[in-house]
Design a protein around this ligand. Sequence first.
Ligand code: GLU
Length: 435
Amino acid sequence: MPYNKDAVQNQYYKEPGPKLDKESPFESMMERFRFAADLLELDDGTFKTLAQPVRQISVSIPVVMDDGSIEVFEGIRVIHDNSLGPSKGGIRYAPDVTMDEVKALASWMTWKCAVVNVPFGGAKGAVRCNPRQLSVRELENVTRRYTAELLDVFGPDQDIPAPDMNTNEQVMGWIMDTYSMHARKAQTAVVTGKPLLLGGSKGRKEATGRGAVTLVLAALNKIGIMPGKATIAIQGFGNVGSVSAKLMYEQGARVIAISDVSGGYYNKQGIDISKAIEYRDKNNGSLEGFDGADKISNSELLELDCDVLIPAAKEDQINRKNAENIKAKIIVEGANGPITANADSILDDKGILIVPDILANAGGVTVSYFEWVQDRQGYFWTEERVNRRLNRMMKDAFDLIYKEKDRYNITLRQAAYVYAINKVARVLKMRGVYG
Ligand code: GLU
């Protein structure tokens, strides 16, 4: 049966109420999904299958706190799709995380893996907690109990977590250990983004930023700006933002603004990024008080006149309220979902070239895939090999999606969704429906 837009959309997402709020990450994802479904004339059944995650799990995580009291946190794991291989996606720790957000992030992982042609499905996990208020021991207990509650979900052939917001190599190490203790043997391939000593991959930590920079260069090339002449503004100075800043700085670009939770830092002449990183590392991970630049707000940073803007902080940063004020020529989405769906057309009308998240930040999961391959082979690559293959896969994906964009005369974001959804839909068709 051909895809009946109105029937399916009414059934799922066109009903009145909070679901209509396009500022929600899930609705933003669905808005773009619907566009691609229309263009591909996706059939009803496939639309319905892909509009919902295959599993949504919520678990209670009781933890004995340092003062002896018991606190209970909510843990979430959403598996959006696992038709191409094990599902893959990070785990974030945040006080305000919701099931809606994790569902969107899990779907984005499916599309992201499809765009870079990595044989994984999509998933995402979260624990609703404030990691800044937890001691290291409490954080370890939260992580171990979360893993224990999901022992039958995780697995090297089933579902493979990775770092995301507020989780790091150490957290991945605890997941690997907890899972391995239950399996009665070391199971390195159950999680990626691990410390090198525990079967991690060289280059994994920098991979998302490195991949994003490959695409900044590809996009600059498309509009005829030399990297050495480009001005860059970067929101967020975590793993993705600071690595992108450092690599662009090494390319000779002028990074005129950076930011973190303490605010934005602006210097028209360009910021010395190695100094900024050194300052942050000595200053408890914060740029607060960095004096190589003038202080601006995070929203002022987004609206700066620059060639490239890299939002590498969190969702919903560019929305219908500020989209009109964005002046960058290129936006490369380092974060997941930094632009809401209802800002898309405003930015497109301004002629801004947007490299969408499911392409721009796919470097992380690409090297996660390399890590999983290395763990399973027991053969580890040099950093040079990891970076070379990462570069090639990112560049190939960019060229592929750019061709789709030209072929249908649509935006790069729409092209990425069309390519990814078409690929997963074809897989579902070939496998058929069991039962
Ligand atoms: N959390 C990262 C992302 O959003 C990495 C996921 C992974 O490597 O599995 O892409």
